[in-house]
Design a protein around this ligand. Structure first.
Ligand code: TYD
Ligand code: MG
Length: 455
């Protein structure tokens, strides 16, 4: 068994045994087990961890041949879209998401599609038995699937199967269940997850295997296990969406082989996940008549505009009123309320304020600001916004309304879906009128409140 040491994540100091407090910097709970590597122990790349390897020859940047990545599309268009065109040889993808959102379903479908295209695939399951995986495959209508399944949680055994089988694509479901027998820490601990992911990443690079790691997310929505996992891998995808609705988004938040913030949209059906190629209207709740506290915005995620309804409820609160948001940043909400008060004279100090992006979608772009503010004022006043109304734009602390990128595309999409009135930042106002859409261009938050009052 390899020797392990404990490194402090705060000061980097080492200790031979685990201690609650770092003997060097006195930080608590900061020691993490790592395998101490004797230098030059470069054995088999599948078995032992390589120590110092001989230096690669020095090259001048201009003389290195730049080769584009060889991509293999999975055939699931929405997944290929977020991956930047398909699986890349030697690429490592981390996919995270809440339990039950559909990670295993999507990856099983993807592996089967790849297998049918002549790729050799391996599905390593650490959470479910082979029988459970087979049951899911039947449900997905994948009878006769040739995907290889390995029910295993020990890293070393996985590596020997990878070596023997040499698949093109391997899925590890999930990285939190994998443990290395070289470490004494429990499976799922930071040390185990980090070490196993690092080892699998090295194998992916050296052997040209595409490895997809499934990761759990914590209650706060971050990937469980060390953050270093996100640094190690080439692509990080997040699965999001409301498990109660059928729509799911897969978002690329890091991609060394493609654009970030690209999204893939799926609908969970009786027979697995189906791609939604024209998703712009799926996040609207269908009100027969306009209701107070609702404002539709156009967000641009990746290459496609999406219309998302923002809902707000402003209600009289207690001595310390609450500010809660679902799908939107809470700090930003607090900031927007301050701007609304200071620059437009609309006060919500003694009110509870709740905001929600409909359909479980998460919106991080500041272009949501205007819609959030308008939904709040609409709820506060108990007056709906006009029928067919949309808004987008960023709001600054000085009360200015800043343009959103690619405003024309957003407006055109809204017009296409039958929206007829828009409030947008001045710089986003169209040069040529867009048919069927009346655009009100605003520069300051005071004007927004004024413009809406007159509608
Ligand atoms: P799963 O892929 O097991 O989620 P994860 O791996 O992210 O935990 O998804 C399970 C959910 O999806 C479960 O609640 C049942 C549902 N589902 C369908 O609706 N249709 C299907 O065809 C399948 C296979 C699952
Ligand atoms: Mg699963």
């Amino acid at each position: 068994m390899a020797k392990t040491t404990f490194n402090c994540s705060e000061c980097g100091g080492t200790s031979a045994k685990w201690l609650g407090q770092c003997p060097h910097c006195r930080a608590w709970n900061s020691l993490i087990e790592t395998v101490a590597e004797p230098a030059g122990s470069g054995k088999n790349r599948f078995g032992a961890r390589p120590g110092l390897t001989p230096a690669s020859p020095l090259m001048t940047l201009a003389n290195i041949e730049a080769s584009d990545f060889e991509r293999t599309p999975s055939g699931l268009d929405e997944l290929d879209r977020v991956l930047g065109g398909g699986m890349v040889e030697g690429g490592v993808v981390l996919i995270g998401g809440d339990p039950g959102i559909g990670k295993s379903t999507l990856l099983l479908q993807a592996l089967d599609a790849l297998q049918r295209r002549g790729q050799k695939t391996l599905y390593v399951t650490g959470e479910e038995s082979g029988a459970q995986v087979a049951l899911r495959a039947r449900r997905l209508g994948l009878e006769g699937s040739q995907v290889q399944v390995l029910a295993e949680t020990e890293l070393e055994k996985m590596l020997s199967t990878l070596q023997a089988e040499r698949p093109h694509v391997a899925v590890i479901d999930s990285i939190q269940t994998v443990y290395s027998n070289q470490l004494t820490s429990a499976p799922g601990s930071v040390a185990q997850v980090r070490e196993c992911a690092a080892h699998l990443t090295r194998v992916a690079k050296s052997e040209g295997v595409t490895i997809v790691l499934v990761g759990h997310v914590t209650k706060e929505g971050a990937l469980a296990g060390p953050r270093v996992l996100e640094h190690m891998v080439d692509t990080v995808l997040y699965f999001e969406g409301d498990t109660h609705s059928s729509f799911r988004l897969v978002r690329a938040i890091k991609n060394r082989f493609g654009a970030v913030n690209e999204i893939g949209v799926f609908a969970m059906t009786e027979k697995g996940l189906k791609g939604v190629s024209n998703p712009s209207a799926i996040f609207l709740s269908q009100h027969a008549e306009p209701v107070p506290g609702s404002c539709v915005m156009v967000t641009l995620e990746g290459s496609r505009p999406l219309l998302v309804e923002i809902q707000a409820l402003v209600d009289s609160g207690g001595p310390s009123p609450r500010r809660l948001s679902v799908g939107l940043d809470r700090d930003r909400l607090a900031m927007l309320l301050a701007v609304l008060h200071r620059h437009a004279g609309v006060a919500c100090m003694d009110q509870d304020v709740f905001v929600n992006a409909v359909g479980g979608v998460r919106i991080s772009e500041p272009a949501a600001d205007l819609a959030v503010l308008l939904a709040i004022t609409s709820s506060l006043r108990g007056r709906p916004l006009p029928k067919g109304f949309i808004a987008f734009g960023e709001v600054g602390l000085a009360g200015e309304v800043r343009p959103a990128p690619r405003g024309q595309e957003r407006l055109k999409e809204a017009a296409k879906l039958g929206f007829s009135v828009a409030v947008v930042p001045k710089a986003n106002a169209p040069k040529k009128p867009i048919e069927g859409l009346t655009v009100h261009a605003v520069e300051r938050i005071e004007q927004v409140v004024e413009a809406v009052r007159g509608l």
